[in-house]
Design a protein around this ligand. Structure first.
Ligand code: AHM
Ligand code: MG
Length: 329
């Protein structure tokens, strides 16, 4: 039986401009995967003596991955501009086309702290429509400030024991696995669905003393196990790469949380709305789960800045609804 490739899938499921952009992202991720697999045999390991706009020390692989995605995405004819977790400001590619064109945002290398310890890392991307108000003008940052609900596509690639892409075009979620022999992305899943209930959650428990009361309540009740109000034992997992932690819950159910905490009350959370929370939230919703930011659905939030942070809770629908109830109690 012949296998469906990403190219064949996109030719059916996406309009040509979007298909070309996703193909470009996929080519870039094959290149990044090559550098990840080379490890210390190649030139991409180690930290650089510089920080990104988030104030985080950049790894060589962060910058290399960003450069790769900038290069390959520029080849997509419908792309007007890009934005990246690793760049202060937007990267315009061409004037806004008459029909609007596309914008892409990415976290080129998610889970940077896991690079040095050979644990799964990934790439996250989000595609938005570029407003077609005035064709021929330069794209600007304000064009990107759209709620996650507007996304045309979102995906992530996990560089783990296998290199896999999870993709949504807003009509369900499909999975592709990179065949290391042929270099093709072969479709290995469709209609991915997150189990509505779960016995597994992911949170950095070292921050427990800083959490807000509703998050503490939720985790305390999970930890109370079969003797507690939930009446069942839970399991806790934390890889420390959002791509890997969310991939696990897409594969077998669960909840992922990086919530607001009181260390820096004015900072909504650690993770970024537009590079992490929105694309992952879109995928999770498309797989039947839910994504909540402590006040409302993540995808409904109007961003005020490119690098805005968000409180993140996503995964199995019944668990997220429980967290929502606890926040509204
Ligand atoms: P990064 O994009 O700079 O790698 O940071 C985001 C990562 C997420 O992948 C992960 O969920 C989180 O940071 C881990 O944080 P912690 O170090 O608190 O475990
Ligand atoms: Mg990240």
């Amino acid at each position: 039986m012949s296998q469906t490739t990403l190219t064949a899938f996109l030719s059916q499921a996406a309009e040509p401009g979007l298909a070309a952009l996703i193909e470009a992202l996929a080519r870039g991720c094959v290149e990044i995967s090559g550098h990840v697999r080379q490890g210390a045999v190649g030139q991409a390991m180690g930290a650089l003596d510089q920080q990104n706009v988030q104030g985080e020390v950049q790894q060589k692989l962060d910058v290399l991955s960003n450069d790769i995605l900038l290069r390959v995405c520029a080849e997509a004819p419908a792309l007007a501009a890009m934005a990246s977790e690793e760049m202060d400001s937007i990267h315009p590619v061409r004037p806004v086309p008459a029909e609007g064109g596309l914008l892409v945002l990415f976290d080129p290398l998610d889970g940077s702290s896991n690079i040095a310890v050979n644990v799964s890392i990934g790439t996250i991307f989000s595609v938005l429509p570029c407003p077609a108000d005035s064709p021929g003008r330069e794209p600007v940052e304000a064009d990107f400030l759209q709620a996650g609900r507007n996304q045309l596509a979102a995906g992530y690639v996990v560089y783990g024991p296998q290199t896999q892409m999870i993709l949504t075009l807003g009509q369900g979620v499909a999975a592709f696995t990179l065949d290391p022999e042929s270099g093709d992305w072969v479709q290995t899943g469709q209609g991915l669905a997150i189990k509505p209930e779960t016995k597994e959650f992911a949170i950095n428990a070292a921050n427990m003393r800083h959490w807000a009361a509703p998050v503490r309540r939720y985790v305390d009740e999970c930890l109370a196990g079969v003797e507690g109000p939930r009446g069942k034992d839970f399991n806790m997992r934390w890889v420390g790469s959002m791509v890997a932690d969310v991939h696990r819950l897409i594969s077998r159910g669960g909840v992922f949380m990086y919530p607001w905490d009181q260390r820096e009350p004015d900072r909504p959370g650690k993770l970024r709305l537009m590079y992490e929370a929105n694309p992952m939230g879109f995928i999770v919703e498309q797989a039947g789960g839910a994504a909540f930011d402590g006040a409302g659905d993540t995808l409904d939030r109007q961003p005020r800045g490119l690098h805005e942070r968000a409180s993140v809770m996503m995964g199995s629908r019944a668990e997220i609804e429980r967290l929502r109830d606890y926040h509204q109690a």
